[in-house]
Design a protein around this ligand. Structure first.
Ligand SMILES: [Zn+2]
Length: 439
């Protein structure tokens, strides 16, 4: 079996291997790291600057990328943004979604993301079903394969337009009609290849009636289960009015919280909700650039982490795709809210940014023998990064400073360029332009 060697000017190793080290030789066999040797002579492929483990994008809706920079002119609220997102959803079919998602996943890899949890709810055509009821899932899997990124397809159950509200015309594209029918379709999807896995999602307590929650939770017994939780105060108020409980309490009673569950956003939680997440081992995924774009608020990241809740990060609506900015915003939002600095250590920001386990890849996210060979070389000689201390990379770098990205041992990005897709900017411009040109 061939062995590939990457030689890093510097690499951010786990604390047990000494943290940030110089002249690190990393041997890779069959997509896995087999040895890590600091202070090694230069050999193999050189990775410049600081090499960090592949970064995890734990919350994505790929098609929202087409709304970037198009949802601000009129101001508006979260709910008017959602109307724009629905207009976009109406225009997509498996072919156009494949081309859009290929470009979006290509953008993600260029920023250093080596896995994505795609929270996928755009399942069906405007009427009826596709010949393959999982045609949209297959389009996303093909797009991820083209782009060279690990994909966890979080097949999302979405049945209602709100508490006791039937889905509207667009939302019917998201709905399978009932939870058992959703299970049958989701279970029929067969991921192909080593870089695709299947997970599940509850869109929200608004979109999945309480009596259907246990069915989704049962399907996800051995898979990651994600759920939008308490993103907006209105969701909490409606849930309290309808059920007399917070969304977290409702999910807990339905058996939907646990070590495989990730609460996405977790912005407006009570202290009791935080305790419930802790007791059940549930994780929390913050999406700071989206949460600020949509005016959601600042969630209790430090409080959750102090309670032992594992944190992860996602680019969600893709108003921004930049894992360095997400990690930085986790810290900066805390500073603005708490009036104190240094709320997360550099190691804690790295842990949140590399939490592939949150989307079902526990063997990825550390530069250590036995782990998946996902490596991101960040230049330390750019305008933004020249002169920084290497462990300040999340305070200073942007996605533009990523030079090389290795996914499962293969070079997918070299010198800031996607080696398979070429000009990803042009792909984005073409596919997004076509969508909005449709009548
Ligand atoms: Zn979302």
């Amino acid at each position: 079996v061939p062995v590939t060697t990457y030689w890093c000017e510097r690499a951010w190793l786990p604390d047990g291997l000494g943290g940030i080290a110089e002249s690190v030789a990393i041997e890779v066999t069959d997509g896995r790291i087999t040895s890590v040797l600091p202070s090694a002579p230069r050999t193999g492929t050189t990775l410049p600057g600081l090499t960090v483990p592949g970064l995890a994008n734990c919350h994505s809706h790929a098609f929202h990328r087409a709304l970037r920079g198009r949802a601000h002119a009129d101001g508006g609220t979260f709910w008017t943004w959602r109307d724009g997102m629905y207009r976009l959803a109406e225009r997509l079919n498996p072919d156009s979604y494949h081309r859009l998602a290929r470009a979006v996943f290509g953008e993600m890899v260029l920023t250093g993301m080596t896995s994505v949890g795609e929270f996928h709810y755009l399942h069906h055509p405007a009427s009826g079903r596709y010949t393959d009821p999982n045609a949209m899932s297959a389009a996303l899997a093909a797009a991820a394969s083209d782009a060279g990124i690990r994909l966890t397809l979080l097949d999302t159950c979405y049945l209602a337009g709100g508490f006791d509200v039937e889905p509207n015309a667009v939302q019917r594209r998201f709905s399978d009609g009932s939870a058992p029918v959703w299970v049958d379709r989701a279970a029929a999807f067969r991921p192909e290849g080593d870089l695709v896995r299947l997970g599940a999602a509850i869109h929200s307590v608004r979109a999945v009636p309480s009596q259907a929650l246990p069915t989704v939770a049962a399907f996800a017994a051995d898979r990651p289960l994600h759920v939008h939780l308490s993103e907006q105060p209105a969701e909490n108020e409606d849930c309290l009015a309808r059920h007399g409980r917070t969304p977290a309490e409702l999910l807990h009673e339905a058996g939907a919280l646990g070590p495989r569950t990730v609460a996405v956003h977790a912005t407006h939680l009570t202290d009791e909700d935080v305790a419930t997440l802790r007791r059940t081992g549930t994780g929390a995924c913050f999406c700071p650039t989206t949460e600020r774009d949509l005016g959601d608020g600042i969630g209790p990241a430090r409080q959750l982490r102090d309670a032992g809740v594992p944190l992860s990060l996602g680019s969600d609506s893709h108003a921004v795709i930049d894992p360095f900015e997400e990690a930085r915003a986790l810290e900066m939002n805390e500073r603005l809210a708490s009036l104190a600095r240094g709320r997360f250590t550099p190691e804690q920001l790295l842990a949140a940014a590399t939490n592939h386990a949150a989307i079902g890849w526990p063997e990825v996210g550390r530069i250590e023998p036995g782990f998946g060979a996902d490596l991101v070389a960040v230049r330390l000689d750019t305008l933004r990064t020249s002169g920084i201390a290497p462990d300040g990379v999340f305070n200073a770098a942007t996605a533009s400073d990523v030079d090389t990205v290795v996914v499962a041992g293969s070079v997918v990005v070299r010198e800031g360029r996607h080696v398979r897709l070429g000009d990803v900017s042009a792909l984005l411009a073409d596919t997004i332009g076509e969508l909005w040109q449709q009548p």
